[in-house]
Design a binder for this molecule. Sequence first.
Ligand code: SF4
Ligand code: SF4
Length: 411
Amino acid sequence: MQYRRISKNSNEASILGYGCMRFPTKNGKIDMERTEKQIMSAIERGVNYFDTAYLYMGSEAALGSILHKNGVREKVMIATKIPPYLVKSRKDMEKIFETQLQRLKTDYIDFYLAHALQDIKGWEKAKEVGLMGFLEEMKKKGVIRNIGFSYHGDKNDFKVIIDDYNWDFCQIQYNYIDESNQAGIEGLQYANSKGIGVVVMEPLRGGSLVGKMPEEIKGLWDKADVKRSYADWALRWLWSQPEVGVVLSGLNDESHIDENIKVASEIKPNSLTEAELKIFKEVKETYLRIMKVGCTGCAYCLPCPAGVNIPFCFSYYNSKHLFNNKHLVFQYLMFGGGATGGRNSLASKCIECGKCEKACPQHIEIRKKLKDVKKEMEPWWSGPLLNVIKGILKVKGLFSRGKKEVKDKTI
Ligand code: SF4
Ligand code: SF4
């Protein structure tokens, strides 16, 4: 493992950070046994930065209990976040902060972030309710060691927010597809020039830079002299930039931990060759050409009052284009249309209330894009077809079995 300093107030952090947003689950709950094994294995191999949030369901409590049980709290640094849009008063902040300390079974937080700032308006609101004053007080008391923010807006507002406060660190979405998107490389270098450490989230863009690849993109990677996995390439691109501090990876699969730790141990700054950088550029251009919606699958837009499963709709729509696979229309209808037991959560259910767009960190015009999804993925015959399938499954008594099997089916 290699380490980089992201704040003068704390020890050096492992360049691979443990993203705790999605721990492995079993029967709908966090699988504590497996999660503990994974966390302890990562710590043994040098990972010392753990990122969670008040809003990540069950994550703070699971992390706290595992660190406490194994007596390793002092070996690691915990980053967690407060959602500024949920706090209206000092009392709210105290309540959330106290809850977090209890869940995490600790009496201090190493890295504390205002969660998901999107623009200057949100930043002004956070200041107005007194969030920064509260955090400074906690820092003086020693219960918070570093103050930062996570960010999903554009680079101009990012720079204003960076300049408007004495931040210790910040967290941005960054990967080779998003090089010029959101804060982007410009934001990364700007924060760095001000001595503010940068933590990177979404290094694999919600998983869309790994797994099954469209033939066109696979062909580009095949041109590289050295054969590497897609995750290896994506992480290498980040860590070869010395301005990148910690990269958060959702290490919820044993093979991910091994692979990520291997890259984190061997990567050197500025180590990508000209030929490799050229491939990254071509891959990026190809992705942006064929991907229809820049959805990362984060699900911040849910729940939708009309029941639309927005990331599901975009995932199938993108996949149809990435893999040029018409059969995905049928799967989209089957799994999203309620034919196999779940409720209908297709794009056509959207009532255009706009709630989801306010929450989307990627600023996707969700209503407009859902209309495109509907047009292409829900042809005129989809309604009658779904009714026929539902009828057949009901008669055959397959309804409940199908429901269980396809509940979490995504691609
Ligand atoms: S605009 Fe449509 S998809 Fe978005 S929350 Fe409203 S009903 Fe749901
Ligand atoms: S539409 Fe936006 S908020 Fe919803 S899952 Fe995609 S990126 Fe996340």
